[in-house]
Structure formats: C-alpha cells, structure tokens
Ligand binder design. Structure first.
Ligand code: GLC
Length: 746
C-alpha cells in the first residue's frame, strides 16, 4: 500500500510545530526546573562559581587554578569576568558548550562609564542632573559592550558617599538619596534597554550592597557603623530604586555593616533584598569577598565562609573559590541544605534563560556586530553632550567666561592641558587603545583655529619641582588670557585609592599663584574624580570650572563650554569641603542644639574654631553664563480625601534674566520643622532641569506626595507626623530663592 508522503510529513510537521510552541509556552521557571532536575550537585555548584579571565585583573588574582577552560568543560564555572572581545568570549563559550549540560556562561565586565567610547565618570554624569542624558550614555555603553561578548555589567554603582577621601566617590552619584535614586533608575534602564535579553542590552548590577560608601574615615574596605535608620534613610534608597527598575543582579560589598560583613549578612540579602523587596535576580559576591570573611574574623576558614555566605543569600562566588572547593562537603556534612544551593542556581539559570543564552549561547558574540557597533559618530557626539552637561561652573566673577574666539593669544598652562588617556578616569576600559581621545589643547584648537596657543606644562601633577614655572610665567605674559588645566592623576581616585590629603596635588596651587601674580586673566579648569580641596584657588581665581574626568570627548566639551558654545549647567552632586578636617560635611544634616548662626559664629555653637562653618561649595551648587530669577511661589493645600491626603502642588516662575540661553536645575527641598526623631535641615525631594532663552519666563510645578514627607522612626516604621513643613525652592542647597510653609494636620 502506497502511503502518501503527505500523510507522513504533515503529522511530523505538526509535531515539530507543536513541540516548538510547547517549548515557547513553557515558562522560564519550568525550563529552569527541568534543567535543575538533570543537574548533579557538582554541576549546581559550578553555576555558583565565577572566575576572572587572565587578561585584566580588578582585584588580587589567585593563580592557583589550572586550566580554566578545562574547568568550564567540566561544568565547574557558571560565569567569567574581564574577558572582552568576541574572539576571546567565543573561546570560553565553546568550552561551556563542551560541558555535559551545555549551560552557557555569563560574561561580566565593569562597564561603568562606557565600553569603547568612554563617557564622563559617573560622579561627573551625576552633576548633569540630566536623567535622559545619563540613560542614553548607559544605552550606548550597553550597545557597544553587548556587541563585544559582554552580557552582564557590574554597574551601576549606587553607593551614597559623603566622604571625598574615599576613592570610589568617583563611581557613584554623590551624597543624596533622592538624586542617587533617580540616577539609579536611569542607569538600570539605560543598561537593560528594552529588557534583559534584548540583543543590544546587558544585564545590570546594583552594587555594592550595602553602605560601602560609609567606610569609616573614607578608607576603602573599612568598617561601616551606622544606625539602621540611617541605613534606610540614606544608603538603601538607590538600591530600592534599582530593584524597582528591574535590575537583574546585585553585588554585595566588602565592608562589614555593624560587625557583619555584607557577604554574610542575611539581614541585607535575605530579609531586605530577597524578602521585603522580593528580588528575583541573583547576588554575586564582590571580588573574593566570601573568602575575605576570614580576614574579617567572621569565619575561621573558607569552609565556614562558604557556609555563612550561601546561608546569608550570596548566590555566586566571584573569584574566592570558596564555593567550588567547599559547598559539596558542606552538603555532605549536612551544614548546608541542598535547597539553598538550588535556590541560588535557579536564580542564575533564570537570568541565563531571560538573556536568551540557552536559545543562542553566542547571541552576544557576533563579530559582525562588533565591527559596526563601536565608536559610532553619533555616539561620540552623545559622549560630547554628556561631557558638556557634566561640567560645573563654580565661579565666574567679572564674567571672564565665555571666551571670545577672536582672542589673539591664549596660554594653556598645566600638567593636564595635553592629557588624553587621563581624561578617561578610573574604571575605563582599553578597548579604544586610548585612540581618538580629545585633549583640552586639541579641543581649544578645534574651536579657535586662528588663535595662537602657547603651551607650558608649568609643573607635574605631583612632585616638588618648580623648574617649569619660569616658562609658564613667560607664556602667561605673552597671552591675552590664561587657561590652566590642573588636578589629580586619574589613578588618584577609584578602588583602593583613598587619600588622607585631597588638596590639588604637588606644586600645582603654587603654580596657580605664580600665574595669578602676572596679573593676566586666569581661568582654572580642575580635573579629578573627587571633590578636591583648593581654598586658595577658590578665593583668588575669578573663573573656575570643575571638569572631573570627561572621557573620550572631554577636550571638545571643555572648549565648547569655555567658548560659550555650551552654557554650563552642572550642579554639584556632592559637597566640597574647605578642608579635610571638615569631613564628613553634607547638606542634609541635623540642626543640633547649638547651630551656628552664621558662617563665622563661634560662640558656643557647633563649629570649628579655625575654619568657616560653610563648605567650599554646597551640594547643588553650579553657575551659568546667564542668571535666573525665581518668583511668585504658590503652594496648594493638602486636602484630605477618602484615600488620605491628596498631593499638593508647588508652583513658581523662573526667568532667564541674562543674555545667554541656559539650563537651570531648579531644586525642591523640604524641612520637617518638628519631629521625633529629628529631621535634616533640608531634604531634596524633586528637581527639574529647564532650558530658558534670554528673557524667557516659565512656570514650574512640583507635586508633593504625602510619602515624600515620611521618614523612618526608631522602629523603622515609615511615618509622617503632623506639624509645620517648610517648602524651599533653590538653585542650590545653599541658595534658596523661594520658601513657604504649610501645616500637615494629620
Ligand atoms: C572589584 C570591585 C567591583 C567590581 C569587581 C569586578 O573589586 O569592587 O566593583 O565590579 O571587583 O571587577
């Protein structure tokens, strides 16, 4: 009997389609369960193990492992880091495809502020207060990284920092929980784009959980000791914002929090993150932090450290080998139930499925995409725009800036005039081999080709030599205007870069004095990853721009601002102290029982007897080439309603009263005048960045929701208390332009 081929093929085709549809319909969780059921305990533990590639170490390297590719083939590795480029990543993914279950690897990388194109350091980006620009910067970084084999970035860093001695202050968003939360959301959205699994997105990491930036003395890796109220009020909000934004992973922190290392801290990782916040992603330890619990004195050996970490909710072990070497024995010894390991494995496998790696392990390893995705002109332009918005005009007495492009001669003096790779700052990658970076000198020449530029280094960044002073002075004397580019070396901030002295290093401030003494008009550009101390310069130099580390397009951006092609709009995301002795100093402090009544009040008040009470520059400070007037503040009334208090509206007018178009970041602060426990003298609750043409006036409206008046009481309950609230509208935390009060009655 002749059976039609159709009779055989049709049902077969239908079976294939049905299987495919069933597979698609199967939820990711069902796929995870199905895979988990096939895994041996060793294969499960392998998923919890992350190795560093041998190309670039970002921590103390342990070269005790034999061939990492063999370990991957044996299913003993779930993720790697510091392996970049599609060819390298393919080698490692090929090894994973030779393992029994072919579970693909995660490729993690510190894509902190750009991949091939370097954007301004995160603290500089924070000074832009421009969430759209920040999100776009991360979007571009993700597009480049995901084309080069990376599917997971260890960013954004969300550590609130109030101590500029801490080197990693450069990596975060400064001192304020509200600004830090807004930026956390923008960064997660930028990195993860249309969602984890989008081919041009990378899975993001909220780090370092938690309170790493509160290291005592600003000394990296040092202990953190604070009330739980401060933890919840100041340090946790950006992490909660990241979790709410759908961040894929968290990374814990090196520090102990009140005596319990974060890596072994189940209050942080289980009670808060996976419990109260219902976080479904996974927690990776920071580099070696599981093993470091031995140094902390929290575990006697790696066996105990592995037990403490897995029990406390650390899912993946970066580089300490504690898990791969001890978890099987801990299970055999009945010290760790296999259910804990299963939970960690589920979390990791779920992300690998969400990334689409089981459908295509080489999804992010596409040499064709890599060739076209990097260093695109439109993305270089975006980097220039981000850099422009990140600069802060600290002073501009006599309106020396912006410069005229018709200046005959300009002297460019200082050790950072020609800086190129330095402009990338810490946590930048070498994908670009430091090519195409625009120095200040190049940027200036691009803007004013007819101007004669005279260059003199003057002095080194560090050291005591004045040998270059004479040439610098001579150059200044020949010029109409002097531009000085001064600051730190880029490796003076970053991880393990805390400094007890944060003055402008070396003899640079002496050089500034010598150039000032020539009587020539002087503009000082300061480049650093942290707030530096420079009180003489601040008091004596009429025009100062804080240029941080602005990245690949830094020189063009600086010249754009100096020549007025861009009107600076940045506002400081962190307080600048007058001296190290003032630290910690931040705007949202309590009033105390004896607040100083003025900047020089010393009469039995809370003040230093040898220093003015105010900071050198306050949180939110930043000038423009134009001026803004605030007027006509109107405050609505809280109206009780069935659902409790309706939000109230605050509105006011802002007018550009100068002759340049400019952006102003209008800031809304509140103060709860009487409460128990007490509340800070100011708390940022909202801001808007608005562009106004000369003479333009615009009404700005904020809405204050009741929860924005709430705080944590001593029982960590989130409460509001009736009483008087001050609403302040400012151009900076120390430049309040309008204020009104209202009574909260219930
Ligand atoms: C470092 C840093 C962390 C980084 C990790 C991987 O020690 O603390 O921020 O993501 O190791 O490089």
């Amino acid at each position: 009997m002749k059976i039609s081929l159709k009779l055989i093929c049709l049902p077969l085709a239908l079976c294939v389609i049905a299987t495919h549809l069933f597979a698609q319909q199967q939820t990711i969780d069902q796929k995870v369960e199905a895979l988990l059921a096939k895994m041996t305990l060793d294969e499960k533990i392998g998923q919890l193990n992350q190795y560093n590639g041998d190309w670039e170490a970002t921590g103390p390297v342990t070269r005790d492992v034999g061939n990492k590719l063999d370990e991957i083939k044996q299913g003993r590795v779930g993720a790697v880091l510091n392996i970049m480029g599609t060819d390298h990543c393919r080698t490692f993914q090929d090894a994973a495809m030779k393992s029994r279950l072919k579970i693909p690897l995660l490729f993690g990388q510190d894509v902190i502020h750009g991949y091939s194109i370097t954007f301004p350091i995160p603290l500089a980006e924070a000074a832009s207060w421009d969430m759209a620009a920040i999100e776009k910067a991360e979007r571009i970084a993700a597009t480049e990284a995901s084309a080069s084999g990376i599917n997971w970035t260890f960013a954004p860093m969300l550590d609130i920092a109030r101590d500029p001695r801490w080197g990693r202050v450069m990596e975060g968003a400064g001192e304020d929980p509200y600004l830090g939360s807004q930026i956390a959301t923008a960064r997660v959205k930028g990195f993860q784009g249309n969602g984890i699994g989008s081919p041009d997105a990378v899975m993001a990491t909220a780090k370092h959980f938690a309170a790493y930036g509160a290291a005592i003395g600003g000394r990296d890796y040092n202990s953190v000791d604070m009330s739980l109220r401060t933890l919840w009020e100041i340090y946790l909000p950006p992490f909660k914002a990241a979790a709410d934004a759908g961040v894929g992973t968290f990374m814990n922190s090196f520090n102990d929090l009140n005596g319990t290392p974060a890596t072994g801290n189940s209050y942080l990782q289980r009670d808060i993150l996976k419990g109260a916040w219902k976080f479904k992603g996974f927690v990776v330890s920071d580099w070696g932090s599981i093993g470091e619990m031995i140094n902390h004195g929290y575990a006697k050996d790696n066996y105990e450290a592995a037990q403490e970490a897995i029990t406390a909710g650390s899912d993946m072990d970066m580089e300490s080998r504690s898990y791969i070497n001890n978890l099987a024995k801990l299970v055999a010894d009945k010290k760790v139930p296999v259910t804990l390991i299963d939970d960690a494995v589920r979390r990791i496998l779920r992300k690998k499925f969400e990334l689409g790696l089981f459908d295509d392990p080489y999804k992010f390893i596409n040499p064709e995409r890599e060739k076209t995705a990097l260093n695109r002109p439109e993305n270089l332009e975006a980097a220039r725009d981000m850099a422009r918005k990140s600069m802060v005009l600290l002073k501009n007495d006599n309106n020396l800036l912006p410069l005229s492009k018709n200046l005959k001669t300009v002297a460019l003096i200082g050790p950072l005039v020609k800086a190129e790779k330095e402009l990338k700052g810490f946590w930048s990658l070498d994908v670009d081999q430091n090519k195409g970076i625009v120095s200040l000198m190049e940027g200036m020449k691009n803007h004013a080709p007819d101007t004669k530029f005279i260059y003199a280094e003057g002095c080194k960044i560090t050291g005591t030599s004045h040998d270059g002073f004479a040439d610098a002075i001579a150059a200044a004397k020949k010029a109409n205007v002097v531009i000085m580019a001064m600051g730190e070396a880029p490796d003076m901030t970053g991880e393990a870069k805390s400094r007890s002295n944060i003055h402008i290093p070396g003899e640079q401030e002496e050089l500034i004095k010598a150039i000032k003494a020539t009587g020539k008009p002087v503009v000082v550009l300061l480049m650093a990853g942290r707030p530096m101390v420079f009180s003489w310069t601040a008091e004596n130099i009429p025009s100062i721009v804080y240029a941080w580390w602005l990245g690949t397009q830094g020189g063009n951006a600086m010249a754009d601002a100096l020549y007025g092609d861009y009107n600076p709009s940045g506002k400081l995301p962190i307080t600048f102290p007058r001296s190290e002795g003032q630290i910690p100093i931040y705007y949202n402090h309590y009033n105390t029982g004896r607040p100083a009544k003025s900047d020089t009040d010393l009469f039995y008040v809370s003040a230093y007897n040898d220093l003015r009470n105010s900071p050198q520059y306050a949180f939110g400070h930043g000038l423009s080439y134009t001026t803004f007037e605030y007027q006509n503040m109107e405050l609505g009334k809280f109206k009780s309603s069935v659902k409790g208090l309706k939000p109230i509206q605050v509105s006011f007018m802002v007018k550009n009263t100068g002759k340049f178009a400019g952006e102003e970041v209008v800031q809304l602060y509140i103060r709860d005048m009487v409460s128990q426990p007490v509340r800070p003298v100011k708390e940022l609750k909202d801001f808007k960045k608005i562009l106004l043409q000369p003479g333009e006036i615009r009404r700005v409206t904020f809405t204050i929701k009741r929860d924005e008046l709430a705080f944590y009481n001593d029982r960590l309950e989130r409460v509001t208390q009736p009483g008087t609230f001050q609403i302040m509208i400012g151009s900076a935390s120390d430049d309040i332009r309008l204020q009104k009060s209202f009574e909260l009655t219930n």
